[in-house]
Each structure stands twice: as structure tokens, then as C-alpha cells.
Write a protein that binds this ligand. Structure first.
Ligand code: XMP
Length: 516
């Protein structure tokens, strides 16, 4: 059992980054909502507690507060932004709305050394940090000293060395605070005495045990496979935990990339020997999509058809009470409600089109705490092939949202060939792993060209490639002129139906990654 640091979530958008930074330092963390019961907090046996930031104002009476138990456990505390403010207020300090709001890059000056800073930040020096606050602490509780200041926060960092209580107004968990990971690591390892021996191997072990406990000795689980990294890692993890009590369902909507459906069947059916139901439903999907051009309508039809087919397959698996999903942390927006009431709103984004709420399954979501690159690391830990683990994300509705306008089998085939050439060139140039996502789009626009001595009148293909860390924002990838012209030449020469290639330079925002 690894030592645990508990993070109490006050609703910040970046709470998971605290956990992530600590995992990078080998520290195991648990996250509970700030409304957690005392028993649940005690049960974590945490060696230290971090109070996260949050969107509320401590200056208002009905906003969340840290549960009293955190001050009774005798373990070190670190309050971040809202966490610092509520800690101060609850221990007898004062928090007021600041005249000067600080957002973005700022500087703090270390006014006094403390154990949080030792070896990292020196007295008298200034360091860059990332701030995001309106309120600020104006009087600190007894026992605390100011250890850093900023222009907008007289108490940018505070310390009560005797109790091991620390507070920072800035956000150490974001990359814009260059020494932030070091500060979090010092809090966990030096101040809380955590070993820092957590690893992906330990995560695997812990998660397998948790799955066994949730599912029980008899429980049966269904897992939908999409061919992507998340559902694949989920399936392999489940298989390790419960063996043949897992059945995978692969709904093949005919909107996959070249060779992908075959690969899913080969890997899961043959290599892993996992009971696999393969539903070849291309005709059904394409039939229902015929003559439909509206993007949202297309997504809705694909989602509903997916449910129909999946439902039917699931009904044939007798006695399955659980449904496994590869939901990742960025898919889960967990936030404390704006009123600070006890409810925690959870919005789950389902990987493949969305499943109906009345499905009589209990969800198993073993990747809920992880970011995409951590899922990849887990896949490698499970010994999964690099070609799968390192694969770019692929949307549930597949090629249908990369064919603006109506979707036909012929268009899918044309797009598949162009996409294959594009990715082959990217791999050959050694660029695949530098790119978050790259794909071709088949436009419903025909243009005139000349091939040999003949006039052509065929479709335009757009190429897209972006860099991103989470898919929420993205930048266009800057290929060389040579790369783009080589790829364009190959696509026009080798794919019948395309006679012009363009490159999409739009970032997100204002564009989205997919075209629909
Ligand atoms: P957008 O186009 O919104 O996409 O910038 C952001 C990321 O999400 C993927 N995406 C989806 N993934 N089901 C999915 O599983 C979907 O319906 C879906 N739509 C978009 C997209 O490929 C990108 O990685």
C-alpha cells in the first residue's frame, strides 16, 4: 500500500493537475469532493491533505468550507488559492475581495525561508508563478508567517511550520509555475513524509484489485471496444482482473479507418483471447445515414444506432450486470455546484456516442482518474502493442464527421485511402508521436483539374494535424512545404475521386479539431 496524499476538491478546473503532478513525482493521491464526510476522509489514512482552488468566494457565507476533520487529524495541510483562503478564514484569519485582481503570470518574492521552499526558493529572490484570484488573504491566523508576497497578495504564501500548515495564493499545479511540481513534491515527501514509490505498475495492481472488489466473484462485465486506446486499455485491464467474465462488444459501424476493424478482431479475439462479439453493422449505419447532411443529425443517428446494436449484443450476454467504459478524467467534469451545496455534478462523456441512462448496468470506469498520456503509460505497463497504445484519438462517430455533407460507402472508401496515405507519410517522416491527431477530411466540393491530358472534376481533400495536450485547445501542426507537397502529390495520384488537396491552418479555438 502506497502512502496517500488526499486532495479535497473545491471545484477548480485544474484539481486533477495537482494529482497528476504528484503522480509524476511518484506520489499516490486520492481526490474527494470538499463535501466528503469525515469518515470518508479518515478512511484514506492520508499522510497529508491538499485543499484545492475553486471558483467561489470565501467572502460569501454559503460557499464551501473545509470539513472540520481536516484540522483534527494532525496531518500537514496545503491550501491552494481558494484552499488557502478557506483555511485562513476557518483558522481565524481574514479574506477580502482584492482591489487588484491577479490573473495569469505573476511574480512572488520570498520574504522568509520555510520547509516548503528549502533548496528550491531562496529568501529575497523572486520567482514566476501563475495566479488566478480576486479575493485575497488580508490577515493570517495565529501561528502563521508570511513567507512570500506578490504585488496583489501580501500573503502569496504562508506557513505554520509547527503544524505543517501551508498556503499558497498561486497555482503550483500548472506548468506556468515552473517550480510548482517541486513545491508539491516537497510538501508530499519532505513535509508529509510520503515515500514517493508510486508507479504505473502500482496503479495497475491497485486498479485490478478495485475492479475485482467492485465486480465481485461472480459478476459479469461487458465492455464496448471502439478500436481506440481508452476502450482497449480498459478491456485489457478488465481481462486481467476477471478473465472470461469479461465479454467485449465491438460495434463495427463501417466508419473506421483502413484496417482498423480487422485489427480489433485480431488483437482482442485472437491475441488476448477475450470473448468478443463482433457486430458488423455497416449496412445499418450507412442506411440510416443516407441523405443526411446536418452534422448534429448525423451524430444523433450514429449515437442512437450504436445503442440499438450494442443493446442487442448486450442482451445476448446472460447475467452481465456491469458495463466497463474507458472514461478519462478530461471526459469527466466534476465540479462542486455553484451554490456550494452538497451536490457534486458529474457530467460523463461517453466514448462511443453515449449510452442510455436507463441501461440496467453498473458502470466500471477504471481510467477515470487518468489523463490520456497516463492511459498510454498504463497500456505499455500492460504490455499492449505500441501501434495501439500510441495511436491518435479517433472520434466515436468515425469517418462520418470527416465527410461534410451526406455519407456514402463510396465516400468512406475514398477518404480511407487518402487518410491511410497521409498517416503513412507522417509515420515515415517520424512525426506521428509529435502530433496529437492527424486525419484527412473529404469535402463535398468538386474542383477542376488536369491529369495526363484529360480534364478531371473531383473532390477536394483537406488535411488536418494538430498539437494539443488534452484536445480542449489545439494548434495547427507546422509541416514542411516538402512534406505537404509530397503527401498531396501521392493522394492525388493514388486516390481516385480526389484531385486537389488543401491544408487546414485553423487552431482551436476558434475552430474545432474535427470538422463536424
Ligand atoms: P473537437 O472536434 O470538439 O474534438 O475539437 C476534440 C477531441 O474529441 C474528439 N471527438 C470525439 N470523441 N466521440 C469521441 O469519442 C465524439 O463524438 C467526438 N467528437 C470529437 C476529437 O477527435 C478530438 O480528439
Amino acid at each position: 500500500m502506497n502512502d496517500t496524499i488526499l486532495i479535497l476538491d473545491f471545484g477548480s478546473q485544474v484539481t486533477q493537475l495537482i494529482a497528476r503532478r504528484l503522480r509524476e513525482e511518484g506520489v499516490y493521491t486520492r481526490i474527494l469532493p470538499c463535501t466528503a464526510e469525515a469518515d470518508a476522509i479518515t478512511a484514506t489514512s492520508a499522510k497529508g491533505i491538499i485543499l484545492s482552488g475553486g471558483p467561489n468566494s470565501v467572502a460569501l457565507a454559503d460557499t464551501p468550507r473545509a470539513p472540520g476533520i481536516v484540522f483534527e487529524l494532525g496531518v500537514p495541510l496545503l491550501g491552494i488559492c481558494y484552499g488557502q483562503q478557506t483555511m485562513c478564514q476557518q483558522l481565524g484569519g481574514l479574506v477580502e475581495p482584492g482591489d487588484e485582481r491577479e490573473f495569469g503570470r505573476a511574480e512572488v518574492t520570498v520574504s522568509r525561508g520555510c520547509r516548503l521552499f528549502d533548496g528550491l526558493w531562496d529568501e529575497g529572490n523572486a520567482y514566476p508563478v501563475w495566479m488566478s484570484h480576486g479575493d485575497r488573504v488580508t490577515a493570517i491566523p495565529d501561528g502563521f508567517d508570511a513567507v512570500a508576497t506578490s504585488s496583489g497578495a501580501p500573503f502569496a504564501a504562508i506557513a505554520d511550520e509547527e503544524r505543517g500548515y501551508y498556503g499558497v495564493q498561486f497555482h503550483p499545479e500548472v506548468v506556468h509555475t515552473p517550480d510548482g511540481a517541486g513545491l508539491l513534491s516537497r510538501f508530499a515527501k519532505v513535509i508529509c513524509g510520503v515515500e514517493g514509490d508510486w508507479s504505473m505498475a502500482a496503479y495497475r495492481e491497485r486498479t485490478v484489485a478495485a475492479i475485482r472488489q467492485q465486480v465481485g466473484a461472480e459478476g459479469k462485465v461487458i465492455c464496448g471496444l471502439s478500436g481506440g486506446v481508452d476502450s482497449s486499455v480498459t478491456a485489457v485491464l478488465l481481462h486481467e482482473a476477471i478473465g472470461d467474465r469479461l465479454t467485449c462488444v465491438f460495434v463495427d459501424h463501417g466508419l473506421m479507418r483502413a484496417g482498423e476493424a480487422e485489427e480489433v478482431i485480431r488483437l482482442f479475439g485472437d491475441h488476448y483471447n477475450i470473448p468478443l462479439i463482433h457486430k458488423d453493422a455497416a449496412d445499418l449505419f450507412l442506411g440510416r445515414l443516407a441523405d443526411v447532411s446536418d452534422p448534429e443529425q448525423k451524430r444523433k443517428i450514429i449515437g442512437a444506432t450504436f445503442i440499438d446494436v450494442f443493446d442487442q449484443a448486450a442482451a445476448s450476454i446472460k447475467g452481465a450486470g456491469f458495463l466497463a467504459q474507458g472514461t478519462l478524467y478530461p471526459d469527466v467534469i466534476e465540479s462542486v455546484s455553484a451554490t456550494g451545496g452538497p451536490s457534486v455534478t458529474i457530467k460523463s462523456h461517453h466514448n462511443v456516442g453515449g449510452l442510455p441512462e436507463d441501461m440496467a448496468f453498473e458502470l466500471v470506469e477504471p481510467l477515470r482518474e487518468l489523463f490520456k498520456d497516463e492511459v498510454r503509460a498504463l497500456g505499455r505497463e500492460l504490455g499492449m502493442p505500441e501501434s495501439l497504445v500510441g495511436r491518435h484519438p479517433f472520434p466515436g462517430p468515425g469517418l462520418a464527421i470527416r465527410i461534410p455533407g451526406d455519407v456514402t460507402r463510396e465516400k468512406c472508401n475514398i477518404l480511407r485511402q487518402a487518410d491511410f496515405i497521409y498517416l503513412e507519410e507522417i509515420r515515415a517522416a517520424g512525426l506521428y508521436d509529435d502530433i496529437w491527431q492527424a486525419f484527412a477530411v473529404l469535402l463535398p466540393v468538386r474542383t477542376v483539374g488536369v491529369m495526363g491530358d484529360a480534364r478531371t472534376y473531383e473532390c477536394v481533400c483537406a488535411l488536418r494535424a494538430v498539437t494539443s495536450t488534452d484536445g480542449m485547445t489545439a494548434d495547427c501542426y507546422g509541416f514542411s512545404h516538402e512534406f505537404l507537397s509530397r503527401t498531396a502529390t501521392r493522394i492525388v495520384n493514388e486516390v481516385r475521386g480526389i484531385n486537389r488537396v488543401v491544408y487546414d491552418y485553423t487552431s482551436k479555438p476558434p475552430g474545432t479539431i474535427e470538422w463536424e
